[in-house]
Design a protein. Structure first.
Length: 347
């Protein structure tokens, strides 16, 4: 058996018969869980070519401040690369674990310097219990907190941060690109020896290749500025992609009655309305409800599953939450602001 961190939740079917079962049956009958290898092959190829073209543009532009303009397209293309690594981990691209892991390691560790094993382990736990304060690492206590109970336990600088976390959220995302690399290296000690060796070699290879590229094109000072700007834009892009998905949505009571699969995934998730541009910019994660219900569903099928999921939720009486992109940010920031309210009142 492969280590648990190598593959994200690949089956959406709950263990017991529930109000989710009819929806799952319909989705399967319509072929929406079938793989789209050609779709992914074409888009990963286009992304790799675009990355190569961006690097070529940097080399041709040379040691000038104008080269910093390439930080923006490179950050956007890195986000596409991260989305493919995410999809590979969910077994959306291929059913084979080895092939999926190889795709994930290429797109995560080698191209981005992000640990595929670390991300999968963390993301597995999130998918199993979204917004559960004791089980979902995405709502655990960190730089930010997500419940007033967590906020009341803060002290010192952390307490000031929590009071102002809604205002500081976007600026803090500028550090996320670097933080993701750090988390990956920190996670190596948790991994089994064989997995650790592969992950470490690829992470170091990425850092060496990235540094070699920048220092061969730019002076050390400009290279440092480019790296900081590029990672700031990359972290901002990823952060703004994930922020609308769950923040401000229902948070299951750890001591209360457990929810079934359908209720647990729908009530804690928020979709983002939009068209093809939104689908591209958010990597399909704007269909967060469908993605959580069917984590191994190929990205192009999420849009097709949405009408089925929305109708089924209406039938069984479960609210289906959808908002515009800007409104989803407002809701997430409002929640963070409300969490810090008692601390502001206590000053």
């Amino acid at each position: 058996m492969p280590h648990a961190s190598t593959t994200l939740i690949a089956s959406a079917e709950p263990r017991t018969v529930s109000d989710f079962t009819p929806l799952l049956k319909t989705v399967r009958e319509q072929g929406l869980l079938d793989r789209r290898i050609g779709w992914y092959a074409a888009r990963t190829t286009v992304n790799l070519v675009a990355l190569a073209a961006t690097v070529a543009g940097m080399v041709l532009t040379g040691d000038t401040w104008w080269t910093l303009l390439f930080a923006l397209p490179l950050a956007v293309l890195w986000a596409r690369t991260a989305f493919f690594g995410h999809d590979a981990g969910h077994a959306q691209i291929t059913r084979g674990r080895r092939a999926g892991r190889a795709i994930g390691l290429l797109h995560s560790n080698l191209l981005l310097g992000l640990s595929y094993a670390w991300w999968n382990d963390k993301h597995n736990r999130h998918h199993a219990n979204p917004n559960h304060v004791d089980k979902d690492p995405d709502v655990g206590v960190g730089a930010l907190v997500w419940t007033q109970q967590q906020a009341e336990q803060r002290a010192g600088l952390a307490r000031w941060l929590t009071r102002n976390q809604a205002r500081l959220f976007v600026p803090m995302l500028l550090l996320e690109g670097i933080a993701l690399k750090v988390y990956g290296f920190q996670d190596l000690k948790r991994q089994p020896p064989r997995e650790r060796a592969v992950e470490a070699v690829l992470l170091v290879a990425h850092l060496a290749g990235y540094a070699t590229l920048l220092l061969s094109v730019l002076s050390p000072g400009r290279a440092l500025v480019f790296a900081l700007l590029h990672h700031a834009l990359f972290g901002l892009h990823l952060g703004l992609t994930f922020a609308p998905n769950h923040k401000g949505m229902e948070m299951p009571d750890p001591d209360g009655e457990s929810w079934g699969h359908l209720r647990r995934q729908v009530l804690t998730s928020r979709n983002v309305r939009g068209g093809l541009v939104t689908d591209w910019a958010l990597g399909g994660l704007n269909y967060q409800i469908e993605h959580h219900l069917f984590p191994n569903m190929p990205r192009p099928h999420l849009r097709l599953a949405q009408p089925l999921v929305r109708a089924h939720c209406a039938t069984v009486g479960i609210p289906y939450t959808e908002a515009s992109l800007l409104d989803s940010y407002r809701q997430a920031l409002r929640h963070m602001h409300e969490v810090g309210a008692p601390l502001r009142a206590a000053r």
